[in-house]
Design a protein around this ligand. Sequence first.
Ligand SMILES: [Zn+2]
Length: 394
Amino acid sequence: MNRRQFLYAGAAAAALLGRTRGARAAAYDLIIKGGRIIDSSTGFDAVGDVAIVRGVIAAVATDIQGDASETIDAHGRIVAPGLIDIHTHAGRSKEGPPMCLQDGVTCWIDAGSGGADNVDQVAAVARGAPQMGRILVNIARTGVIAPEGELHDINSANVALAQGAIARNRDVVVGVKARLSNNVAGANDLEALRRAQEAAAPFGLPVMIHVGQNYSPLRSILALLKRGDIVTHMYAPGMNGILDDKGVLIPEVMAARRRGVLFDFGNGVADHFDWDTVEKATRQGLWPDTFSTDWNTQSKTSGVVDLPNVMSKFIMYGMPLSQIIACATVNPARIFASFDDRGTLNIGAPADVAIMELREGSFEFLDNYKGVRTGKQRLFPAGTVLAGKRVAHA
Ligand SMILES: [Zn+2]
């Protein structure tokens, strides 16, 4: 037992004593037993148990004694903090959030489905979701228009209207989204981003930009980003991406990362990544800060499938499992204040837990151009605990 495990066990014993003095029959409400616990927020990675009392984590230790009202057998499974997906379109319909909850996603962000004209509906879905849902307001008043693109008329990027939408949904809005790819914004990309920053500034909110085949050079776009802003679809191939025409990472990308700009995977279905760009960029040291799916209710039947499948794409490239889990738990939790207490199995934290199975075999993974890579391991969702309660399998 190393020092960290010892500390966890000590806390477990303290929690147990606290419980047995009480009048309740069971010491714990729920114990998740015998899984490989990977909590990237502390570096904890060992086989053990997670005990939950009244919706919060009460103990994490190699063997927790004491009875529980309910036990989940997690032998042979991975037990991680509930997953956080920062780029989804789960807010488009009330069917979305319960679907991604099945995949282990206990916090999601709808990234710009709605703008000033229609974001109130997205906000209502977020408020009604079983798990924590948050939203980014699209700088275009219409929200996403696909495939035509919502920023070809720059007048759609109305700062005052966007600020009004943020103000009336302040409880669930965590940022502003601007889709800047050529098919969405054309030559309006830089001006749309300036307006997104202007809309976000009085609220101190980050801006997430969607890039890919941009009209303007990426260095000009990155120059308009501040610490805490996020670039999604980071591995988008084609013109004005992260690589120059010789396949070399442009220096402005790492410079942006050094000053606190974050890079998100953003799987999606069209034009957002290809294996060649992933391989060239990771060889030059550009790994994602966060994974996200760009999820919608059709994702099960696309190359997305679910967030654990998206995470598995990087197992194939040798990213350590603890780092992969960090990109879907503690890293996104650190970006958005709403998730401060999430992405961790710390004692006292809300008991959101993702149980996954790491299967060995031969698994095909898709990029957005029908490119296939075959990996030897894949994570599958195998259960979700939300606020201390087991989520029923749909
Ligand atoms: Zn999206």
